[in-house]
Design a protein around this ligand. Structure first.
Ligand SMILES: Cc1cc2nc3c(=O)[nH]c(=O)nc-3n(C[C@H](O)[C@H](O)[C@H](O)COP(=O)(O)OP(=O)(O)OC[C@H]3O[C@@H](n4cnc5c(N)ncnc54)[C@H](O)[C@@H]3O)c2cc1C
Length: 416
């Protein structure tokens, strides 16, 4: 691919995961040519057992995927979230009386759900087929970026097979251990949490009623997230050693441990698939831009999954970056012009840092069993629950509808 100015594409993406592929589709919709280099093997990443996660997707993020043409594949498999129940739980007791309850029925100005649950395997397949259907997206996979050079006019990447590609802009969508971020010298702040999130899918006897539950247990959050059918995805944080033991345990013992947290409100439980372990950490890039380079998704911000916001932040990055580039190009700028990159950073940095630190605050507040703190936080939950406008504000935020939304998150196309 050549765009006639000595470049191989308008934009090169290093990393074609969930964020990279979404960004490629958004840029393609805006009329730009894109080369996406991804190190993973599709035969592995598209296999059903590759990634046991299911993502809580804010409705605004989902609008973007629909606008990019994924609705036909995702609508059938997406489970709407009608209610969210946040409880300062005690082991085995189920939800306490002091909780926070969000119900979509209260949002009078919209008929959209609070969010949708989507299994990672479905999202990966939908993105892969949408990207393959776009001739101006050059997906190079499996292949890694192994070197980067920049000058005032553009960025060049060297691939593992020795090939070189050049574009006015390089985007690092290459995840938490971003090669691009390191190569251009953007430092990170952050730390490891001493916990691993256990993720698995369970089948249960009774209907979940489209309710997502988040229990704050002393060792960390425990979430029951509704999927299509009588099924739920579990995200269960435990200290590393305990999590290792739970991951290795036989199924009957694991279910017995699960029951202690779960109670019996969903009836009989069984495992539907394997158990996965994700060690948790916080990682924030000190800035999102550099000469001819930007970061988007986990390369810029890897946060605690307790409120299911990491991918949502990455999708907001995609919507904002694609819009900044489209607006800049329509004014005659090239896609890597510094004014485009600075607008993107201004738009996204505050939201990303606020969310990362907010998750940090919640984790510290809830992951302990200190009595006065427990009392304060349960009262805090009850207080927010008692005030309708406060509850509605949180619901709007969870749905991704708060703040200055880029066009794609409002469901508007970037096509000229
Ligand atoms: C347990 C858990 C539950 C979660 N639940 C939610 C949720 O409910 N809702 C939500 O919004 N978020 C959730 N998240 C967060 C979400 O999973 C991440 O934010 C999201 O997957 C980040 O996507 P990404 O594309 O930025 O990075 P990644 O998915 O890490 O993709 C990076 C890609 O870059 C490629 N790559 C890396 N290095 C190179 C290189 N040198 N050259 C070429 N390619 C390269 C990799 O192959 C990979 O495909 C959860 C996270 C965890 C751990």
């Amino acid at each position: 691919m050549s765009n006639g100015r000595g470049f191989d594409a308008d934009v090169i993406l290093s990393g074609g995961g969930l964020v990279g592929q979404t960004l490629a589709l958004a840029l393609d919709q805006a009329g730009l040519s894109v080369a996406v280099i991804d190190a993973s093997k599709p035969a592995e990443t598209l296999a059903p057992a590759f990634d046991g996660r299911a993502f809580a997707i804010a409705f605004a993020s989902y609008r973007m995927w629909r606008t990019l043409g994924l609705g036909a594949q995702l609508d059938e498999v997406a489970q709407p979230i009608e209610q969210i129940m946040v409880t300062d739980g005690k082991l085995g007791r189920g939800p306490s009386l002091l909780h926070l309850h969000f119900d979509r029925a209260e949002m009078r100005d919209t008929d959209e759900p609070l969010g949708l649950m989507l299994e990672a395997r479905h999202v990966r397949l939908a993105l892969d087929s949408a990207v393959k259907a776009r001739p101006s997206i050059n997906m190079i996979q499996p292949m890694s970026v192994s070197a980067i050079e920049r000058d005032p006019a553009g960025a060049s990447v060297t691939l593992a097979d020795g090939r070189k590609l050049r574009a006015p802009l390089l985007v690092g969508t290459d995840g938490r251990r971003s090669f691009v971020r390191g190569a251009v010298g953007i430092r990170t702040i952050g730390w490891d949490y001493p916990v691993t999130a256990i993720v698995t899918t369970i089948k249960h006897e009774r209907s979940h009623g489209a309710v997502a539950h988040e229990f704050f247990l002393p060792n960390g959050p425990f979430a029951i997230l509704p999927l299509k059918g009588e099924r739920s995805n579990i995200v269960w944080a435990e200290p590393r050693a305990a999590a290792e033991a739970l991951l290795k345990m036989n199924e009957a013992d694991f279910i017995a441990e699960l029951r202690k947290r779960f109670g019996d409100f969903l009836g009989e439980l069984s495992l539907e698939g394997p158990r996965f372990g994700y060690p948790l950490s916080l990682q924030l890039a000190e800035r999102m831009i550099d000469q001819r380079v930007v970061l988007a998704g986990d390369s810029a911000h890897g946060i605690h999954p307790l409120a299911g916001q990491g991918l949502n932040l990455g999708l907001k990055d995609c919507a904002a970056l694609a819009e900044c580039i489209a607006d800049g190009v329509s004014l005659g700028l090239d896609p890597g012009d510094v004014s485009i990159l600075e607008r993107y950073q201004r738009w996204r940095r505050f939201d990303n840092v606020t969310m990362a630190l907010g998750m940090e605050f919640f984790d510290k507040l809830f992951s302990n069993d200190i009595k006065p703190l427990r009392a304060a936080r349960t009262l805090g939950l009850a207080a927010v629950n008692a005030v309708g406008p406060a509850r509605r504000f949180f619901m709007k935020y969870a749905g991704g509808g708060a703040g200055d939304l880029p066009k794609l998150l409002r469901g508007e196309s970037l096509a000229a």
